[in-house]
Design a protein around this ligand. Structure first.
Ligand SMILES: *Cc1c(COP(=O)(O)O)cnc(C)c1O
Length: 477
């Protein structure tokens, strides 16, 4: 299996060759040259597999340059009941992604039972093990530099902690995360994890990371890497749970299923698109946004109009507060018939701060063929949905999951199972749960006192020179 770039101008590479990198050299994103396809007979065979077997079966098609025995070991090591057992006490953690029935035909897929209580653990835990494996083989190490406003940074740290050939330098805004999210990251004591709290906002953190990464000499000297959401292995890992959920809600081959996905950078729902391209009978992929509705606008109108970061609203589902959706280019590549030159042209406009409109060329009409629909949700909708889920289903859901449930129910068709992806546990976003329900959500066992644990974090001004000096000092050589 070879990977090509969505902009058509980069050499083809294998899975391991693109694992540690980010963008392709032509600025595009990597995708499989052709999607592997599971036949009806193969799907029937996969129906009774457990999560680890499914992971191996799917990933062995996408990462065929990893020795099968090694890949099997990596899947077995990653997807353990132990790692994914931080959710509600009545869930069946042996399923790794248990399904919770809300009512006939409506389900929540629990993706947030991993160590940081958000779905990013589903992919990041695998990435940690893949990085360690690939770096060992190459006899290399890496210094991961990133910026986070919450879920990504903590998922990366928990995935990489203790890995002997990886260090993580994670910048976060001093006041930009919930108390719980801060405590999760800053309480890690592992020697290879460096938390840097920046006196500034998230955008300043991100600009500092960009400035350091754009210095190619520094980047090469200190072996700087990233684990951002465009990383192909992360998308690939997310494909697995669509299959798992599909088999859990159906009994017969070919039955259609709808998925509702709280979306920001389009990584999660892009994995759903890829599962569909690989032969999974998904009817609708429901893209749910918050007030930052750049994706909803596209799927309603055919116009993609990325916002400026100053126009990005701070909402109560903060992990979906994005101005442009970094993985969206992957879907557009398929939508335009895999025409790399066309994608390059569209993204020249995006990079110049402009929008593009796919109506003219008749391309927008093709969106329906790929099953995409969308909707958005406001703070008031979020509160109402959290209350409804509590009163009607006796289930406390987080703010992002509420956006997905609200939009999912709007698109529901009786007779087609609707699976709403749970992207975080409510304990991560206590204040909004208190606002909706008048009480705090339950905390998973062992995390009751997380705010009081000793912290390991360095405070820094928003100055690029300070980050460079810090990384150079700790990066080892
Ligand atoms: C990252 C995240 C999202 C958005 O996922 P994308 O893959 O960026 O679309 C939604 N909810 C939560 C809780 C997240 O952490």
């Amino acid at each position: 299996m070879n990977y090509l770039s969505t902009r058509g101008q980069a050499p083809k590479q294998s899975f391991l060759q693109i694992l540690l990198g980010g963008l392709a050299p032509d600025g595009g994103l990597y995708l499989p040259e052709t999607y592997p396809h599971f036949s009806a007979a193969e799907l029937a065979f996969m129906r009774d597999m457990d999560y680890r077997q499914l992971a191996f079966t799917i990933l062995s098609r996408l990462a065929d340059d990893i020795e099968p025995d090694d890949l099997k070991a990596l899947c077995d090591k990653t997807y353990t009941t132990d790692a994914y057992s931080h959710g509600r006490p009545d869930s069946d953690f042996s399923q790794i992604t248990p399904l919770r029935k809300l009512e006939d035909g409506v389900f929540i897929l629990e993706l947030s039972n991993g160590p940081t209580l958000a779905f990013k653990d589903m992919a990041m835990q695998l990435l940690g093990n893949l990085f360690e494996y690939a770096l060992d083989q190459a006899g290399q190490d890496i210094n991961i530099l990133g910026a986070t406003s919450g879920d990504t940074g903590s998922a990366a740290e928990y995935a990489m902690r203790g890995k002997h050939n990886v260090r993580v330098f994670m910048l976060s805004p001093e006041h930009g995360m919930t108390r719980f999210q801060q405590a999760q990251m800053y309480s890690l004591q592992d020697a290879n994890i460096f938390n840097i709290a920046v006196r500034g906002v998230f955008d300043e953190c991100q600009d500092m990371v960009k400035a350091v990464s754009n210095d190619l000499e520094f980047k090469a000297k200190y072996r700087i890497g990233a684990v951002n959401s465009i990383n192909w292995a992360r998308v690939a890992a997310q494909v697995i749970y669509y299959f798992k959920a599909y088999f859990a809600v159906t009994t017969e081959a070919g039955q259609p299923v709808d998925f509702s996905v709280p979306s920001g950078n389009f990584g999660n729902v892009c994995a759903g698109h890829i599962a569909r391209m690989m032969g999974l009978p998904i009817r609708e992929l429901i893209v749910a946004t918050n007030e930052n509705d750049v994706l909803d606008e596209f799927f309603r109108t055919g116009v993609y109009r990325p916002r400026k970061s100053a126009e990005t609203l701070h909402t109560s589902s903060p992990s979906m507060d994005i101005s442009k959706a970094s993985n969206f280019e992957r879907f557009i590549y398929d939508l335009v018939g895999r025409d790399g030159a066309k994608v390059a042209e569209l993204w020249r406009a995006v990079e110049a701060g402009e929008s593009f409109d796919l109506n003219a060329a008749g391309l927008f009409a093709k969106v329906a063929d790929f099953g995409f629909v969308s909707g958005s949700s406001s703070h008031a909708d979020r509160l109402a949905t959290i209350r409804m889920a509590w009163e009607k289903y006796a289930t406390v859901i987080d703010t992002h999951t509420a956006d997905g449930l609200k939009v999912g129910l709007e698109h529901r068709e009786i007779g087609v199972p609707l699976v709403c992806l749970e992207t975080a546990l409510p304990a991560k976003f206590e204040d909004t749960i208190v606002e909706a329900l008048g009480r705090k959500p339950e905390r998973p066992a062992g995390l009751e006192n997380i705010e009081n644990l000793p912290r390991r974090v360095d405070l820094m001004d928003a100055e690029v020179a300070a980050v460079r000096a810090f990384v150079a000092h700790h990066a080892g050589d």
